[in-house]
Ligand binder design. Sequence first.
Ligand code: BES
Ligand code: MN
Ligand code: ZN
Length: 499
Amino acid sequence: MQVTLTNQPLTAIEADALFVLQFEAEGRPDTPSYAAVRAANPEWIDEVEKSGEAKGRLFETTVLHRPQGFRAKRLVLAGAGKSDKFDSATLRRLVGAAVRKAKANGCAMLALALDETYATDDFAAAVAEGVHTGNHEVDAHKSKKDERTELVEFRVVTAEKPDHLQEAFFRGNIVGEAQNFTRDLANEPGNILTPAVLVERTRHMATLVPGLEVEVLDKDRMTQLGMGSLLGVAQGSVLPPFLIIVRYKPATPSTSTDHLALVGKAVTFDTGGVSIKPADGMEKMKYDMAGGAAVLGAMMAIASLKPSIPVTAYVPTVENALGGNAQRPGDIVTSLSGKTIEVLNTDAEGRLILVDAIEYAKRQGATHMVDVATLTGAIVVALGHIHVGLFSNNDAFRQQFQASAARQGEKMWHMPLDDEYREYLKSPFADIGNIGGRYGGAITAAYFLKEWVGDLPWVHLDIAGTGWLDDNKPYMPKGPSGVCVRTFVDLAINWTVKS
Ligand code: BES
Ligand code: MN
Ligand code: ZN
């Protein structure tokens, strides 16, 4: 299903439901589409406004069956909130919520009126993304699916149909589908999505979009290279580990030497290892590969949208399990860079697999690096489930990155990374310890990574609190969120940093 654009008159649109935005505003002039609804159905509008049935509050929907003067079977006033707060992120969610509601009510053919003010590239792409992410269900493993109508069509009605809007829809379709690919991966349980299966899924994805090259380092190769930090985590599991590398190269090489590396943690299940996690809620640790999944989803979209800079993904994937050969607290491992690590807690495994991938990415010529990981419970304590924790060693690159996040409506909070935190990671027996003690846990985890990153312009994202929705939202069901995919794609497409 692709979201399409049409400039037919609103009244001529045939659909099961035609959505028209209703803003929360008294005494303000009607938008053109709302005015058209009022003109043809004045008594209905009068009644729902006066009775307070339709206030225009965000996610509210008010339905009129068989409206006068319209071909559509239903007119739906879609509450859009206050117009001064209305942005593309709000529209994305509103559209997702509208789709979810319509599917539950037997509607398969949908349309949305997009007035001139909102007929911009950002809003258009957001509509397409919202349709895909709202339409996506997490019922892949249910033999009996919930009663829902399958969405067949979603058309956006604008006054004109310029090329740039068509392209924005094309982009939105691709990015929305990529975000769903990420969500599907993150939702797979640990018995189904093992490291080897993640390799397979990556290879399969690369056959669907042209222009990606996949290379996979296996255990022998990693042993040969000396990735002792990653291998130490993997040794407790019977499942072999891998380092997945996915390369995108622009057709015409750019004049700059910039090369973006995206590094994503993919622990297919995190028991904590010998420093075992409590049983309560441990099932959620199947999404401990959400960072890797976000990176792979972004690559899928990047291959189709063809930015002008090369982008390479590095996804270290292991299971953090217990077994007779599992790593012990106190073990000392030697990472690829030669730095030694005292493993004080086997549950701080994400950083251990990331640093070998980071070192490898540096050797492969990365000039800028973004890593993303469900890294710490501490970031959830600090920021809840609202903001991604963002850390960086380079202001120019960070600002560039945050501009992408802001455009994509993905909330990210800049966290501190002062050198004083290095103290917390001291080990009497090795170059560094893998935990920093009780306080500032998200920061010490980020600082640990920085020890390997060095001066390379870098952004670290901790998505432990945002990679998974604990409750159903009007615009998305409980489960993996696919956070960061949109920002990564935006960063690559709008690349301006120059090395
Ligand atoms: N995968 C977890 C972090 C996590 C916690 C992700 C909650 C999603 C939700 C990570 O590997 C971990 O276990 N971190 C430890 C680090 C600690 C031992 C220093 C943590 O946060 O408790
Ligand atoms: Mn852990
Ligand atoms: Zn983990």
